[in-house]
Design a binder for this molecule. Structure first.
Ligand code: HMG
Ligand code: MG
Length: 284
């Protein structure tokens, strides 16, 4: 099994979308430009969602226009519908993400749609992206617990993973949106998800509300997953998921997996500087 782990850096998106203070495009660009020097293959830099829903992400086009692209880095953005996809494409993102939920309660709160309706909306995004040659990543939120519906049956996660695979996503990231997962519930969820797709196509996205994200990373590593989403400085959360604290910190995942003997190709010094910059963006 591979001894490489990839950290998918989501700080400029998942990290900053939940901050109370409006963070300027210039500050976001400074963070992205620093992260671009750290060795990441993929960095999620923006969301092309409704500015009424997430005002913090309204300046995605400005951010993409102002940042310095580094060759070899794929710059990603969230796109909930065709309108978002078109904005992301015009801003010249390298890849987009569609994001679904395994639970109806969170789907309604985050997308104002049932799971089925949200998947229906993603269809045209996936088709347009395919025509344009733009890779699409899929997310499934609330893979173990939902802030509205409680524990989520693993089969419900597997069903959405199967849909995203069938619709053409190149990878699916499994989100413990509110950080309530345990190694046991993560393992049970993965047991079901792996019936739909192999570990090479799945990523772990663990929020750290209960301080168990690294244990959940270990549970996923044991199942063969080698891609983990993280945010420098441990910032973040979802404004539509009450109780969602920060994402697991990039620097913590990096130290953890390298301590286990995995290679990441990342520069810990640059990441430490970026983490300090990201933490400095919080209101004091
Ligand atoms: P809606 O209100 O049902 O849809 O929202 P609508 O079509 O009525 O649109 C409302 C307004 O937004 C309209 O403007 C639209 O034109 C506009 P108005 O006519 O009222 O002036 N609009 C847009 N504007 C810009 N870009 C767009 C866009 N679409 C509509 N793409 C909608 C439905 C999906 C738009 C909304 O629910 C939404 O934007 N949701 C996104 C919420 C979000 O970004 N959440 C955080 C990201 S997910 C997350 O963090 C979880 C993750 O990290 C994994 C994990 O942790 O589990 C990925
Ligand atoms: Mg998240």
């Amino acid at each position: 099994m591979s001894n490489r782990v990839e950290i998918f850096e989501a700080g400029p998106r998942d990290g900053l979308q939940n901050e109370k203070r409006m963070i300027s495009a210039a500050e976001k660009i400074a963070l992205i430009d620093l992260l671009s020097q750290a060795g990441f293959r993929r960095i999620e830099v923006a969301s092309f969602v409704s500015p009424k829903w997430v005002p913090q992400m309204a300046d995605g086009a400005e951010v993409l226009a102002g940042m310095t692209r580094v060759r070899g880095v794929s710059y990603a953005a969230l796109t909930p519908n065709l309108r978002g996809y078109e904005g992301a494409r015009a801003a010249k993102v390298d890849e987009v993400s569609v994001f679904a939920s395994a639970s109806e309660g969170f789907s309604r709160a985050n997308l104002n749609a049932t799971i089925a309706e949200s998947l229906e909306r993603f269809g045209p995004v996936l088709k347009a992206a395919k025509d344009d040659g733009i890779p699409v990543r899929g997310y499934v939120s609330c893979v173990t617990d939902c802030p509205f519906d409680g524990p989520v049956p693993p089969g419900d996660v597997a069903r959405v993973v199967g849909w995203l695979r069938g619709a053409g996503c190149y990878e699916v990231s499994l989100g413990d949106t509110i950080g309530q997962g345990t190694p046991e519930t993560v393992d049970a969820m993965l047991d079901a998800a792996l019936n739909e797709w192999d570990a090479a196509h799945l990523a772990g996205h663990f929020h750290d509300t209960n301080g168990r994200a690294l244990e959940n990373v270990d549970a996923a590593l044991a199942r063969g997953l080698r891609v983990f989403d993280a945010c420098v400085g441990g910032l973040g959360g979802c404004p539509y998921a009450p109780g969602a604290a920060g994402n697991v910190a990039t620097e913590a995942v990096l130290a953890h997996v390298e301590g286990l003997g995995f290679q990441t190709g990342l520069d810990a010094g640059v990441i430490a500087d970026a983490a300090q910059m990201a933490r400095g963006m919080r209101p004091h």
